[in-house]
Design a protein around this ligand. Structure first.
Ligand code: HPA
Length: 279
């Protein structure tokens, strides 16, 4: 059995038990309980330095994901490979520097393993960040947008069985209100989840706009559903890193997506830090 096969076998055999095992290691190594967890999307990693800048917070531990049960080796450039435990104000935050996507082909349990682990490690609030294409023509590159709802175009759920979870308040209205009390200029939008890894065609973007999507990306939705199903409150923040296909006429390029994320980290880091302070 290859390393990938063994990892998939163990995780799929017992996803919740694997998450509990990973959480136990995190609790032991960091020595604390965590109230909140963040998943840092493409280009968001630079925002993490703001959590500790100027004595605002303290890094308690950093654990390579590969040393935790159920986490695969990272594959996408721009995504780190560890989870940090950071004291921010009076909260302990678990900060995932990277995530697994459906397009990696490791199965849906792998995609949501981080948030399940975070919740087993105590997190009651999950902040999901991502890079996305802007469909709404009012959005500009570098703009953060709060996710108010989503459209799953993959149709893939992390839940199995007769688990008829209500999703009407999936992206917590309470948390969105708190964030907007810090930055009232933030827009809210509907995020369409696209499997990828190819970007959308212009015709697909026109379809998404017609059915009510403002943003499009390849992550977040399965994690939001898995977190909500376990009773955590979810905040989703997208960073518009490019106009979606066909909107500006420019071709889409992953390196430009990462560069736009880096350029906006200066605004995102303090925003997230202040948001955590209000919880
Ligand atoms: N489409 C899908 N995912 C993305 C995009 C996009 O335009 N930009 C960043 N992630």
């Amino acid at each position: 059995m290859s390393q990938d096969q063994k990892y998939l076998h163990d995780l799929q055999a017992d996803p919740m038990g694997t998450a509990e095992a990973a959480a136990a290691i995190i609790r032991e190594r960091s020595g604390v309980n965590h109230q909140v967890a963040l998943v840092m999307g493409s280009g968001w990693i630079d925002a993490v330095s703001a959590f500790t800048a100027g004595g605002a917070g303290e890094e308690l531990s950093e654990i390579p994901l590969i040393s935790l049960p159920g986490f695969p080796p990272p594959k996408v450039e721009g995504h780190g490979a560890s989870v940090k435990s950071i004291r921010i104000g009076d909260k302990n935050a678990l900060v995932f520097l990277g995530r697994t996507h459906i397009y990696e082909g490791l199965g849906i349990a792998a995609v949501v393993h981080g948030v399940r682990t975070a919740i087993k490690a105590g997190a009651k609030i999950i902040i999901l960040t991502n890079a996305c294409g802007g469909i709404n023509s009012e959005y500009t590159v570098g703009q953060p947008v709060l996710i108010k709802d989503h459209i799953s175009l993959t149709g893939i759920s992390p839940l199995t069985g007769a688990n008829f979870v209500d999703l009407t308040d999936l992206y917590s209205a309470r948390l969105r209100k708190l964030v907007k009390s810090i930055d009232p200029s933030l827009a809210e939008g509907v995020y369409a989840h696209w499997r990828g890894p190819a970007y959308e065609t212009p015709a697909e973007i026109r379809m998404m706009r017609t059915i009510g999507a403002d943003l499009v990306g390849m992550s977040t939705v399965p994690e939001a559903i898995a977190a909500h199903a376990l009773g955590a409150e979810v905040l989703g923040i997208s960073l518009v890193t490019n106009a979606a296909a066909g909107i500006s006429g420019a071709k889409l390029d992953h390196h430009e997506v990462l560069a736009a994320g880096k350029a906006s980290a200066a605004r995102m880091g303090p925003l997230l830090r202040d948001v955590i302070g209000t919880f």
